[in-house]
Design a protein around this ligand. Structure first.
Ligand SMILES: [Ca+2]
Ligand SMILES: [Ca+2]
Length: 359
């Protein structure tokens, strides 16, 4: 399986705009050789130890339900002059949504482990034999073996054996490292769709995700309002310090945090912005219809899928995308250490009991 050069380019675009494709064909072949990539449908890691987690090591992911039709202004006309217009954040457009439910939390490692145990599901990162991690988070042993990087964003490196269970490669383990309550990462859009389907759910549309993020507030930057730190408190997990060298973790977390760490809005949703990026169902476009839309689902086809919310790697200077209207994209087979998801579900209004007495 060839490393997806588009993924590399898109990851780099989180922070900068590289002028050239980052890896040569020879680089890719060298990585494939190092990783001993196997064919599609197989995994390199079939002989992993049994997972030994317990149900109380991660929170139950209850859903928040919107039982009525709702309307809101999606995107922004940028009253604060901060929108990244090239991402298609603007203009604001009127959207109506039918009743739906959305996960309270990002999907955790514990939930994903349940899925893997029940189905023997193999993620795309396992099939590829590697996934992208920020080099700062690797052990010296793993880091010393890495010879590739992304042009213009050298902190991204393809790490052999990095996948959901081993977020920083072979010597990390979400089970042993007590991270079952952290968001699952190294999951592609295709993997996320498979998980949600197994749960009887689906990915949220971008419009559903953004409505949920806004918490009923109109055109605010964050789920709680416009002030980044109300009363001096952090409400999200992003990057503090000078990126990428310095990570002062004033919010308490250098990398991911537990999925139930930051309650962010009046709807009761956690980590909509920050912690990990979240896949949505939609194909990416920057061209939005100007007429009011009912249940918009984005274009019928495209190259990349929309992701929302920013991640623990975002800082204001490099990736000011931890805002509800902000958006970015990756190809559907992409995976990295800062990209996860949550699921949604259409809410079917229960039929009322027949209370007629004249029968
Ligand atoms: Ca942080
Ligand atoms: Ca998030």
């Amino acid at each position: 399986m060839v490393i997806n050069t588009l993924l590399i380019l898109v990851l780099a675009l989180d922070f900068v705009s590289p002028q050239t494709l980052p890896l040569t064909k020879e680089d890719v072949e060298a990585i494939e050789q190092d990783s001993k990539v196997v064919g599609s449908g197989e995994t390199l890691f079939a002989k992993e130890e049994e997972l030994t987690f317990t149900k109380d090591s991660y929170p139950s992911n209850d859903m928040i339900t919107f039982k009525d039709v709702v309307h809101f202004m999606m995107g922004t006309d940028d009253p604060n002059n901060v929108a990244i217009t090239g991402d298609g954040e603007t203009p604001a457009h009127f959207v109506g949504l039918e009743p739906f439910s959305i996960d309270k939390f990002e999907v955790s490692n514990g939930e994903f482990a349940e899925f893997v145990q029940a189905t023997n599901f193999v993620t795309e990162a396992e099939k590829f034999g590697n996934s992208f991690v920020m080099e700062n988070f690797l052990s010296k042993e793993v880091s010393d073996k890495i010879t590739q990087a992304v042009a213009g964003a050298k902190w991204w490196v393809p790490v052999p054996r990095a996948y959901w269970r081993r977020p920083e490669g072979g010597d990390s383990d979400v089970n042993k490292d007590h991270r079952m309550n952290h968001p699952v990462v190294h999951v592609s859009w295709n993997d996320a769709v498979a998980f949600c389907h197994w749960k009887g759910k689906r990915l949220p549309t971008e419009a559903e995700w953004e409505y949920a993020c806004r918490g009923g507030k109109q055109d605010r930057l964050y789920p709680w309002g416009n002030k980044f730190q109300p009363k001096g408190e952090f409400r999200l997990n992003i990057w503090q310090g000078k990126f990428p060298k310095e990570n002062t973790k004033e919010d308490g977390f250098a990398s991911t945090c537990p999925v139930d760490q930051f309650k962010q809005n009046s709807f009761g949703l956690y980590n909509m912005v920050g912690n990990v990026w979240e896949w949505t169902a939609d194909w990416f476009t920057t061209a939005h219809p100007t007429k009011p839309q009912k249940n918009p689902k984005g274009p019928s086809h495209g190259k990349d899928k929309v992701k929302k919310g920013g991640s623990f790697m975002c800082s204001k200077k490099f990736c000011y995308r931890y805002r509800c209207s902000a958006r970015d994209k990756n190809s559907a087979d992409s995976s990295s250490s800062n990209l996860g998801f949550r699921c949604a579900k259409t809410y079917n209004i229960p039929l009322k009991e027949n209370t007629r007495t004249d029968l």
